[in-house]
Design a binder for this molecule. Structure first.
Ligand SMILES: [Zn+2]
Length: 337
């Protein structure tokens, strides 16, 4: 984590026209949650749109913080010579948080026995000896309804209430203040090689579902071109498991039209212990996927098309029963990502 912080300082100091930083929250152990903002001055003084990207909300998913750093590096290295990228950075500000769950991430580096820690490091609730909340179950999005546990010792413990955890609250506060300008929310996880779209709750779907799927599939095609890896696109109940309280769902429910979770490599062979030699190729393909989505939303936003505003369409309770059954089946066999 110290290396990441010092790299963030370096990249900011080396590229002052493009990169700035901000501390927008603190962890339960009082560490800074810091982002990098990438954006060029708009030559016509036009209002910019916002893209959000975060990594490292689940502590053990080490490929995720690696990707946020890779993403920033690629942008910094190429924007001067890539005219399209330069144009996009004049229209968009891209906010990148390399590590949200700083306490958890540091904990996973402590020793082998803590390497697979997933949650935050908040103190156990009264009567329990178990630390931590699953921060990606703590957002204010159908909080506590499906795919969570209220047992503080469980990996999917969703916390005392929606937004009870300062790490989740920091994201909701910061992004919440710029919802109207924000056109894309990307949150990076591992593993499974999936591109997940809203919603994790099986009873609702996004009104722009078809567009979310087609944009996701285009990204998966671009990712496959890089190293031949297959990424599957769909909602979480369709291709992984139902859940609630995720940041992706919160973003779409709040009115951000495009919202995705990337589950990076692999498909289960190494899972969260992805070998070192796969770090760079995993980042290269994910960059192609992210850039594909960013380009689409940029072009849409700046060709005066209307973006969808409504957040929820409700489907029948029958669907919920089917998905709930599938979720139960999954929870007996699956790996949490
Ligand atoms: Zn995850």
């Amino acid at each position: 984590m110290d290396e990441i912080y010092s790299w963030m300082d370096d990249v900011k100091q080396g590229n002052p026209e493009l990169v700035s930083s901000a501390v927008y929250g603190h962890t339960v152990e009082a560490r800074n949650i810091t982002l990098l903002k990438l954006g060029l001055k708009n030559p016509e003084g036009r209002e910019k749109k916002v893209i959000w990207m975060d990594c490292g909300i689940h502590a053990r998913e080490w490929i995720s913080p690696a990707f946020c750093q890779w993403f920033v590096k690629e942008i910094v290295q190429s924007y001067k010579t890539n005219e399209k990228l330069k144009q996009m950075l004049q229209n968009l500000d891209i906010y990148v948080t390399p590590v949200i769950n700083v306490d958890g991430y540091i904990f996973t580096w402590a020793n082998d026995s803590t390497r697979l820690w997933r949650k935050s490091r908040c103190l156990p609730p009264e009567g329990s000896s178990c630390y931590g909340v699953d921060l990606n179950r703590n957002f204010n999005a159908n909080w506590g309804t499906v795919g969570v546990s209220f047992d503080s010792c469980a990996l999917t413990y969703c916390g005392k209430s929606a937004g009870s955890e300062p790490e989740a609250e920091a994201v909701m506060d910061f992004v919440g203040k710029m919802i109207d300008q924000t056109v894309l929310f990307l949150t990076i996880h591992s593993a499974g090689q999936l591109i997940l779209l809203p919603y994790g709750h099986p009873e609702i779907y996004a009104p722009n579902y078809n567009e979310l799927v087609s944009v996701g599939k285009k990204a998966a095609e671009e990712m496959k071109k890089v190293h031949g890896m297959n990424y599957t696109v769909g909602t979480s109940p369709q291709i992984l498991y139902a859940n609630s309280g995720s940041s992706r769902d919160w973003a779409r429910l709040s009115g951000i039209p495009f919202s995705y979770t990337f589950e990076l490599r692999d498909k289960g062979e190494f899972s969260h212990l992805l070998p070192e030699e796969q770090i760079q190729p995993a980042c290269e393909e994910a960059y192609a996927g992210a850039l594909s989505i960013i380009t689409y939303v940029h072009n849409k936003a700046f060709n005066n098309s209307t973006l969808p505003n409504a957040a929820v369409i409700t489907v029948s309770g029958v669907a919920l029963k089917i998905w709930s059954t599938m979720m139960v089946l999954f929870l007996t066999t699956g790996v949490l990502v």
